[in-house]
Design a protein. Sequence first.
Length: 168
Amino acid sequence: MNLLHRLNMNKMKKVKYLIMDVDGTLTDGKIYMSGHGEAYKAFNIKDGYGIHDIAIPAGIIPVIITGRSSDIVLQRGSELGIKDIYQGVIDKIEKMQSVAPDLSKVAYIGDDINDLSCMLLIKEAGGLVGCPKNAARQVIEVSDYIADHNGGEGAVRDFIEWLLDESQ
């Protein structure tokens, strides 16, 4: 086993929080709107299973931090056992640091430029960052893990499995 692999294994064992973006990460980034102005989002069941049945039992606390606000996110988060859901967040760094002051224990998955500042801070602290396959180029460039799937198509599940596979 090489040194880099051993270092990653040590990092994985320290992951306490999984912080996730929503639009483009847990969803495909599309917002469907009815003629009456109702918004709809689609979530992937594989991501849900990964959060509810893999991450939480492994002792990882799932957290949602998103810039948009939606009752749909609250409902889906509740179904999955996510207790820490922060919506309408303008300053993701401030919220992230209030939830998880030790960023070395954070794994973060995001897809776009507004996630970069959090991702860079986490990497600097020794935490781990990942992204969906179809994330923005700049996000892909800083990610420790790039999912096999696009956002909303199982990317979060990919990241969770990678985190736990690496911790064995």
